[in-house]
Design a protein around this ligand. Structure first.
Ligand SMILES: *[C@@H]1O[C@H](CO)[C@@H](O)[C@H](O)[C@H]1NC(C)=O
Ligand SMILES: *[C@@H]1O[C@H](CO)[C@@H](O)[C@H](O)[C@H]1NC(C)=O
Ligand SMILES: *[C@@H]1O[C@H](CO)[C@@H](O)[C@H](O)[C@H]1NC(C)=O
Length: 559
């Protein structure tokens, strides 16, 4: 009896687990990943868009942040719940090359740094991890992410555990005090081998933010090529990701001199873009002028790689989530417009709401963190909604509807797109439900399948759809240095107007805001990007036909 009841219970347990296991594995793409021109693709050649959060595990304790605050599975589940499909998980070289460190139990690692409260927190939230060696804690974090269908990019952030990055921390470039190329290659090989059979480890970022006085382009080629070969030999399944120079702000040297590797289909570049490091002065200059100028720099420094047919991963961007930093707010909207237009792969800095210890401060608050200081809530819930449209692909091979390409009109301030709503005119809504527009060579914004086009009436009025697209109020130019004002000067009375999204989401035409010069005025409600999409149109098919029927037609009132 006892022996028969236990398999029954086991079976019951399996049945209960099954739906979760099945749904979890169902949402991984078909792995491993590879590249196809500028796209990262799954094993069927379908685009996989990396929408990642950075999760630090490279500071002094050498453990993923937050384990004293929340259960590791709870954290991984939050990553998934916020819509991310991947984590860029950081590690210091010593985790792979110093076995004394790798075998140090998490408890001791925290205690040696005097962090008794963190020990108590891990005991409560992750009791099973407390006495595991640091390397096993790292593997458990990867496993928890796998259970939640989250892909992992392993990122070699530093050699020595600690906050990154400064020019003088001895971790900046090959030959620096703590940056021995041989040790680095050994560390990469060890990590690549360790995760060879770990399906959700899809990529390795070879070294974060190369920098400092020893930077040297010819050594960059020598060692990055060696690092890529070492990783590929140990683990041919992973993508290899190469960082640029100057804190990963520039890859411009690649413009005319590509890297040479023995393998193909696995190489990705990474670039970082923060508001504080892009050469623009977001707070003191006109926002259109700065965005236009900075995007020009970003193109020269790295975006050109997409045009050359290489994948480029924006593996760090971030902003002060309190929303009170004006420069960061302005930069963010500009960044999101480029992320939409180029349909970038990206990783936000950062998941962690706080650190065990950072730069000597215990329980350091991460103002750029997606999570709050206590890891309990989202620091900025509206940002999670705003980034949602950029978490899935607009373009690329294998999308459900990839034979048909159309335009969507993206509004980076809200993260929404311009939709046609029956009776209500045009308004902002989910980009997944966007109508198919065509921004034609004659500068008309035509609603495909109906032939109707966007028209301006007059200042302050809702933008309308009309049928006579040859009328001059149907021609829309992209103006200002940001190129994000959609404008016509052919209203009834000849005034120049710009498309504008009002706070309730209605699309109106208003006087154009702060096109240039004025540093104080905020144009973001009038910023739109007309981007390419070939997503399947999931909604709005009935809406497409309605405007031609007219709202008060006898047919609709009798039904
Ligand atoms: C290895 O790590 C241990 C523990 O942090 C440290 O005491 C030791 O100095 C390290 N060894 C080397 C060679 O860095
Ligand atoms: C870069 O390194 C190479 C090879 O060691 C050396 O010949 C060259 O002088 C270095 N360049 C600079 C600018 O330091
Ligand atoms: C827009 O229409 C033109 C002319 O019909 C066509 O050549 C072009 O491919 C269309 N573009 C998009 C994005 O739909």
């Amino acid at each position: 009896m006892a022996s028969s009841s236990s398999p029954t219970r086991l079976l019951l347990g399996l049945l209960l687990l099954l739906p979760f296991a099945a749904s979890a594995s169902a949402s991984f793409p078909s792995l491993p990943l590879s590249t196809s021109s500028r796209w990262v693709v799954d094993s069927n050649g379908h685009r996989v868009k990396l929408a990642c959060a950075n999760w630090a595990s490279h500071l002094e304790p050498v453990a993923a942040e937050g384990l004293a605050r929340r259960g590791v599975d709870d954290i991984a589940a939050r990553v998934a719940a916020m819509g991310f499909n991947c984590v860029r998980l950081t590690w210091p070289t010593y985790l792979a090359t110093n076995s004394t460190l790798a075998n140090l139990p998490l408890r001791w690692s925290l205690e040696r740094l005097g962090m008794r409260e963190s020990v108590a927190g891990v005991r409560v939230n992750n009791p099973g991890l407390l006495d595991l060696p640091l390397i096993d804690v790292f593997k458990e974090v990867v496993s928890a992410l796998a259970r939640n269908s989250i892909m992992v990019v392993l990122d070699n952030q530093m050699t020595t555990p600690g906050w990154c990055c400064s020019r003088t921390d001895g971790n900046g470039f090959f030959g620096d005090k703590y940056f021995d190329p041989e040790e680095w290659l050994n560390g990469l090989s060890t990590m690549a081998t360790m995760f060879r059979n770990t399906k959700n480890v899809v990529a390795m970022s070879l070294r974060n933010e190369l920098r400092g006085p020893y930077q040297n382009v010819s050594l960059w080629y020598r060692y990055m090529q060696q690092g890529a070969e070492v990783v590929h030999e140990a683990n041919p399944g992973v993508l290899v990701i190469l960082s640029g120079l100057d804190f990963d702000n520039t890859l411009s040297f690649l413009f005319s001199n590509p890297v040479h590797l023995s393998f193909t289909g696995k190489l990705v570049f990474e670039q970082h873009w923060y508001g504080f490091s892009d050469g623009g002065n977001w707070e003191s200059q006109n926002q259109n002028d700065v965005c236009g100028m900075v995007v020009g720099f970003i193109k020269m420094k790295g975006l050109f790689l997409l045009q050359q047919g290489w994948p480029l991963f924006f593996s760090e961007f971030g902003f002060d989530m309190s929303g009170t930093h004006i420069g960061d707010n302005r930069y963010l909207t500009c960044f999101l417009s480029v992320a939409a237009e180029m349909d970038l792969d990206w990783a936000i800095w950062a998941l962690q709401g706080s650190y065990y210890i950072r730069e000597g401060t215990l329980a350091y608050d991460e103002s750029y963190g997606l999570l709050s200081w206590d890891w309990c809530t989202a620091r900025n819930p509206s940002f999670i909604k705003r980034i949602n449209a950029l978490q899935s692909a607009f373009q690329g091979p294998g999308l459900p509807n990839s034979q048909e390409t159309y335009n969507v009109i993206f509004h980076p301030l809200s993260g929404l797109c311009v939709l046609v709503k029956y009776l209500k005119g045009l308004e902002l809504g989910s980009c997944g439900e966007s109508n198919a527009w065509n921004y034609t060579s004659g500068h008309e914004l035509v609603l495909k399948a109906t032939g109707q086009c966007l028209q301006a009436e007059s200042v302050g009025e809702i933008a309308k759809l009309g049928t006579d697209c040859s009328k001059s109020n149907s021609r829309w130019q992209l103006i200002s240095n940001s190129g994000m004002h959609i404008s016509t000067e052919h209203t009834k009375d000849g005034t120049r107007v710009c498309l504008d999204a009002s706070p309730d989401g209605a699309i109106t035409t208003n006087l154009c805001k702060c096109l240039t010069a004025d540093p104080k005025c905020n144009p973001e409600s009038q910023w739109f990007k007309i981007i390419l999409s070939s997503k399947g149109i999931t909604g709005g098919t009935s809406i497409l036909q309605v405007p031609s029927l007219g709202p008060w037609s006898p047919a609709s009132s009798s039904s």
